[in-house]
Design a protein. Sequence first.
Length: 454
Amino acid sequence: MNRNCKGRQCRRTGTGLLAIVLAGWFGSLFSLPERTATKAPSATRTLSARAALTDSVDLQLPFAVDSLCRVSDPSRSLDGFLDGLDQLLAGKDTIVRIVHLGDSHVQAGFYSGQVMRLLHEAFGNAGRGWIAPLKLAGVNEPKDYRITSSTVEKWTAGRCVQKAPECPWGLGGMGLRPESETVDLSIGIHPLRGAGYAFDEVHFYRDARTRRLLPGAGDERWTEIVCGSDPRAPEVAVDTFRLATAVDSLHLYGIDPDEDLSGRASGCYYGFSLLNGRPGILYHAIGQNGAMFVHYAEAGYLRQLSLLEPSLLIVTLGTNEAYTARHFGEEAFVSQMDGFIRLVREYLPSTAILLTTPAESFRRTRNGFVRNENIAGAARAITSYAQAGGLACFDLYRATGGAGSCRKWKEGNMLGRDRVHFSAEGYYEQGKLLYKALVRLTVNRTHPATDDEH
């Protein structure tokens, strides 16, 4: 059998993906047409069977300011995104894609994961979305999945926050190059923490120069395999694997170098997107420890990010810019933010943008920890920039008490040891607030708030 992705060239309907279909690679496999979101009849959720949408959440944050837990969007920039949510509530067979881009607050997966799960409960679960081999790169990753390798002992990682990355980095802000002749990757969903995220479709993103990884030849679960690239970002290869039924694990093996003439050791693997074939929210959380606006402000990166086709881009940055012993320059910060937003508007013109402010935290000094007053400056700059530029904004800083609130986070045991990051419980509470603010936009479309409520 031919183990290379050779065959006729084709275009995937609706995605513009130039692909090479692996025909006849498995003796018992057959090729399926491009699918739209579907759901088994027994699991179909209709509007009549769905509980009424509410912004009520089990919040354990006594100092949260409910009246400020709202998304400011005077220019109605989120209307297109909200239309998609309305379609899901009406039982339409569609997927609404969200990318939550940020720093370590997002990378850990507690904050973004809480938002994702609550949105899935309210609007439907279209899949786990983006996952990346962060642990193989030597950094922390969310706890609801695991990516491992049984053959590669050493990996070289490149990250967007590094001045001179040792290998290319891609959609997840990171790239991973194997230092081995044989390569394999296994992904698995945690049976408890990842409950509900079994998948029947996998999109694998890699540097186009990197050796392909494919399911084992004896694995007959796979009904279609497509290897190719997209003209929006031809330097990235996107390999798609589909199954007839949902699974919670996948093992990929490297093609022999002499069989794969395009495979080179210089490229990197980026990550996966997991889908389940159902309508609902597909939430991609992408974060890198230490990230700032300038780290993502690259045309090449945003061209790659556009492959995820988000309806909404949530941006959670600003903590690292504000963590400085020197004077925090709001003007310089705004300039960096503006450079990033301009590129987003150029390469993701159909994507709505939601800026968020960081919650207040501490800063370490020689004499111990002090309240990081720069957070207030970053929050003020973000909200002012959003208002001036017609962007939506969620002011987490004010919604959680503003100046002095870091002490309340600490008193509630919701800060980490470094007092910059939050505990898992603290992040869960922040996720509830962001979810609450998003849902209020939808609820208020049909039941507008009164002047008193505003």
